[in-house]
Design a protein around this ligand. Structure first.
Ligand code: CP3
Length: 348
């Protein structure tokens, strides 16, 4: 671990135990289509996966939001579906339609997954991380990431995103043993991929569990909490100083409480979370990240500024990282992001 960075980065200091005012700030999906400079590089790359797998371009788009807005953390530009792709699953991104994968629905499909991550898919991610770290200001932290096994499995089983990820939920109910074997493969692959990112220079990793909210409590424990516990233990055995943020979108407060003892350093809250309750029940154990509704950033005005002030009040004095409750949307006006940065950093 880089100790000089640790003392200078407010984001890392919050994760390591110290509240900060104003809170450090970054945005999920901060490198993306709302930025004209991203759209230009994306057009140059042609295809989304080419952008992900070309270290020079991935590093460039990672740095764009840092240059424009001075966020406290950069998140490496990649995608959670790089892991199944590196396990040998066919993957394409259809323009305007989202991802398409070769569905994995039976034991033959799970058995056909590669034993190790294809270096052609993961090495470019590590190269991009090393190159970003080399140019990033020392006080800006670098975040690596992966999808949580449950969320990645939902895309692998359906072969695409669906409204409620019923295909994976159905498979988990009909054939628990098969589904467990898929989750186990993803736990192992996630540890390897996160460890590779940390070795390349990531200070922090975030685990995106976008579909955590569609499970009942016992399924949440089995498919979300338990795999997370194993990933954190496996990763911290290799890299004891890495900080881990979990983002279990849509999870209830009771479910979030079950995650607080998995060894993670922070929990990302979506905009539906009751902040006062989350503060009472979680802030003694983990830092809290979030949770502005991305639509408020599009609306702007009082809808944006009043909520930013409420979020800062609700989390004042506890460890808080300002973020959105989910990814920024492509139609977000640039000057509203400017307003957000000003409002989060305004003296109180
Ligand atoms: O946060 C960042 O800036 C880093 C980059 C990042 C991307 N995807 C780039 C991307 C991250 C962290 C992700 C995570 C991701 N990818 C998640 C979890 C978080 C979430 O948003 O729920 C999921 C579920 C995916 C899978 C995925 N990738 C989908 C469903 C889609 C299509 C929908 C969409 O937003 O377009 C993608 C494509 C994708 N991933 C884009 C970007 C910038 C848009 C592709 C483009 O530029 O054409």
């Amino acid at each position: 671990m880089n100790r000089a960075l640790e003392t200078r980065s407010p984001f890392l200091r919050v994760l390591d135990g110290t509240p900060f005012d104003p809170p450090p700030l970054w945005m999920m999906r901060q490198a993306g289509r709302y930025l004209p400079e991203y759209r230009a590089v994306r057009a140059e790359a042609g295809d989304f996966l080419t952008l992900c797998y070309t270290p020079k371009l991935a590093a460039e788009v990672t740095l764009q939001p840092i240059r424009r807005y001075g966020f406290d953390a950069a998140i490496i530009f990649s995608d959670i579906l790089v892991v199944p792709h590196a396990l040998g699953v066919g993957l394409t991104f259809e323009a305007g339609e989202g991802p398409r994968l070769t569905p994995v629905t039976d034991s033959e499909g799970v058995a056909a997954l590669k034993d190790r991550l294809d270096p052609d898919k993961v090495e470019p991610v590590y190269e991009a991380i090393a190159s970003v770290r080399a140019t990033l200001p020392a006080e800006v932290a670098l975040i690596g990431f992966c999808g949580a096994p449950w969320t990645v499995a939902t895309y692998m089983v359906a072969g695409q995103g669906t409204d409620d990820q019923a295909p994976a939920r159905m498979l988990a109910l009909r054939d628990e043993t098969l589904f467990q074997s898929l989750i186990d493969r993803l736990v192992e692959a996630s540890i390897v991929h996160l460890a590779g990112q940390v070795a390349a220079g990531a200070d922090v990793v975030q685990i995106f569990d976008t579909w955590a909210g569609v499970l009942d409590p016992s399924s949440f424990e089995r498919w979300c909490a338990e795999p997370l516990r194993r990933i954190v233990a496996g990763l911290k055995a290799l890299h004891p100083h890495v900080r881990v943020i979990a983002f279990p979108k849509g999870a209830t407060l009771e479910a979030l409480e079950r995650l607080a003892d998995t060894g993670i350093n922070a929990i990302g809250l979506d905009w539906s979370a009751d902040r006062q309750a989350a503060r009472r029940r979680l802030s003694g154990r983990v830092a809290l990240q979030g949770n502005l509704d991305p639509l408020r950033l599009i609306a702007g005005g009082a809808a944006l500024e009043d909520e930013v002030a409420r979020i800062r009040d609700d989390f004042s004095g506890v460890r808080h990282i300002f973020n959105l409750g989910h990814g920024i949307r492509p139609e977000t006006p640039l000057d509203h992001v400017e307003k957000l940065v000003e409002a989060v950093r305004r003296a109180r």
